[in-house]
Design a protein around this ligand. Structure first.
Ligand code: TXA
Ligand code: MG
Length: 541
């Protein structure tokens, strides 16, 4: 079969493409994210051709593309307000929503699921083709399954020449990574795949978001997952990819030690000079995440050559658009990463309320340290992004009201019930520790880190620390500080102090004790001197 490559500028292209779609044929289409391999999404025979052409596993459902947001109602039911709000804000655009499917959507499109993924792409010609064809177009990314996605018509030609009748050439894709996928079919919105629309942008509209595990972790082949596509090997060139994190200097050192002739480095433009000796290929600017998204797949395709052996790849840091780049790169690497930079010293900071921890942490930050406040971590976990609330609700039914923790009710249950309290602590400590570990992995190497936690030992956080430090202060000073800080009475201040572990506990458990028994300025000086000594001592081998 001859494969027609027609420009989107060409007057007849849209009509020709629509005719083919109506006849049940495949047409590769441009979108703002990546090129799709399209077919009539309501015609099972046409949809079957997509799976055949891509070599796609049958249990991996397709995205249904529509020309107008209003068409969502033709293919989905029980549509929540959040879906309308997201469509209003981001469509046409790089967002896909998973919603309950109406019966009109064939099972082969949804791979037998009761939901359907739906998206209105921001690409004029493709929406025109959908309108002219009069049907929604099912389209996965046009690459052969497992290979990097297609962001130019030439990529599609490379993968499908002679096997499909037509490719519409709309030029290089603007966004460059596939759409963000949000599942709205469950109680809480869940991010299934990061993309050009960031988690933060989604939260601004829907107020809540769970990050599916598959976004940041590798998923077993036999796992039952919300996003079936997430469990397959993906985006991988024919050679091995290893992601190397840490500063560019540290990465260069690692690469010198492991480089074999023929290997390549995939890096940021800003790093080309550093990696000049390792045949570097830049996929964009570190300072411009849009350029990284737009350039990633073309670069991975260029590296699709078994003779290269190993590609050492650099990934951006961040939780916005960088998350989409990290996700694709990590998959291309089969989640193989090497941290080229040893972590800085990790300090555990603890002590009773009112002892002056804030002064100490400020001094630590002043010296270039990085602080993780576990109390804050806990509150953020309750707000977005995790299953902490689910876990609490599962053990203490009725204690979660909507997306809020009913603290009073929970306190009532665990008060005077040591078993319940132990269960609650196990749940929260486990979640906080896991999140702190995750954050530690993302902190650039070299920084000294302070983990600030009143439950440093019971929460298992001390295990993550190289040294532990307790702060103590005379009781009358603590009382005064609490009265001034929290506007409470002396009686209440004392009650708070006595509700916590005694000073002797912290003294016994910690490697170091810092006594806050002078003026605030004196304590600050004491902390600075302490950190200086500690960091110098530990730097020596
Ligand atoms: O940007 C994009 O979304 C591109 C362009 C062509 O629109 N399309 C795309 O399709 O990336 P594909 O098939 O490569 O990725 C679709 C992903 C797969 O991971 C699939 O498992 C998931 O969406 N998906 C589809 N339907 C789903 C459903 N009902 N529930 C959960 N995940 C679904
Ligand atoms: Mg794909």
């Amino acid at each position: 079969m001859e494969t027609l490559l027609l420009s989107a500028q060409n007057q007849e292209t849209a009509a020709l493409a629509a005719e083919l779609i109506k006849k049940g044929e495949l047409v590769a289409l441009p979108t703002e994210t990546v090129y799709g391999l399209g077919a009539d999404g309501l015609n099972p025979d046409a949809v079957a051709k997509i799976f055949k052409a891509k070599g796609r596993p049958q249990d991996n459902p397709l995205i249904l593309h529509i020309a107008d947001a209003a068409d969502m109602e033709k293919y989905c039911h029980s549509i929540p307000d959040a879906a309308y709000a997201l469509a209003e804000k981001f469509w046409p655009g790089p967002l896909t929503m998973v919603l309950p499917a109406k019966d009109i959507v064939p099972k082969c499109t949804t791979a037998g699921l009761s939901t359907v993924a739906i998206r209105c792409p921001d690409c004029e010609i493709t929406r025109e083709i959908i309108r002219l064809a009069g049907v929604p177009i099912a389209a996965p990314s046009a690459n052969i399954s497992g290979k990097p996605s297609t962001t130019t018509a030439q990529h599609v030609l490379h993968d499908h020449e002679g096997k499909i009748p037509m490719i519409v050439d709309g030029g290089p894709c603007r966004v460059g990574v596939e759409s963000t996928i949000i599942d709205l079919s469950d109680e809480r919105p869940r991010l299934l795949r990061p993309g050009g629309i960031t988690p933060h942008q989604l939260v601004e509209v829907v107020g809540d978001l769970i990050l599916d595990k598959a976004v940041t972790e590798s998923v077993a082949k036999d796992a039952v997952v919300k996003a079936p596509g997430m469990k397959y090997k993906h985006y991988a060139p024919a050679c091995e990819v290893i992601v190397v994190t840490g500063s560019k200097e540290a990465a260069a050192k690692y690469i010198v030690e492991h480089y074999q002739p023929g290997n390549r480095v995939l890096c940021f433009e800003e790093e080309l000079e550093t990696f000049a000796a390792f045949s570097p290929l830049a996929y964009g600017k570190e300072s411009d995440e849009d350029s990284l998204m737009a350039g990633l797949f073309a670069a991975l395709r260029e590296l699709d050559d078994a003779k290269i052996g190993t590609v050492f790849a650099r990934r951006p840091i961040g939780s916005g658009k960088a998350l989409a780049v990290q996700n694709r790169l990590m998959k291309a690497a089969g989640f193989r990463t090497v941290d080229a930079e040893p972590k800085g010293l990790v300090l555990g900071i603890t002590g009773g309320t009112g002892c002056g921890k804030t002064t100490l942490l400020k001094a630590f930050e002043e010296m270039g340290g990085w602080v993780e406040d576990c109390d804050q971590v806990y509150h953020q976990l309750l707000k977005t992004g995790t299953t902490l609330l689910d876990a609490i609700e599962a053990r203490f039914p009725g204690c979660v009201d909507g997306f809020k923790l009913d603290r009073r009710k929970l306190a009532g249950i665990v008060f005077n019930d040591p078993k319940a309290l132990a269960d609650l602590n196990a749940i929260t400590h486990g979640a906080v520790k896991k999140e702190v570990l995750r954050r530690l992995e993302h902190i650039p190497g070299g920084y000294p880190i302070a983990i600030d936690a009143i439950e440093l030992f019971d929460g298992g956080l001390a295990e993550l620390c190289d040294v532990t430090v307790a702060i103590t202060a005379p009781e009358e000073d603590r009382v005064k500080r609490l009265i001034a800080r929290d506007s409470i009475s002396e009686q209440q201040a004392l009650e708070r102090i006595y509700a916590q572990k005694p000073e002797s506990y912290f003294r016994e458990k910690c490697d170091y004790v810092l006594e806050n028994n002078g003026t605030p300025e004196e304590f600050r000086e004491k902390c600075l001197a302490f950190f200086r000594n500690l960091l110098i001592i530990k730097e020596k081998p």
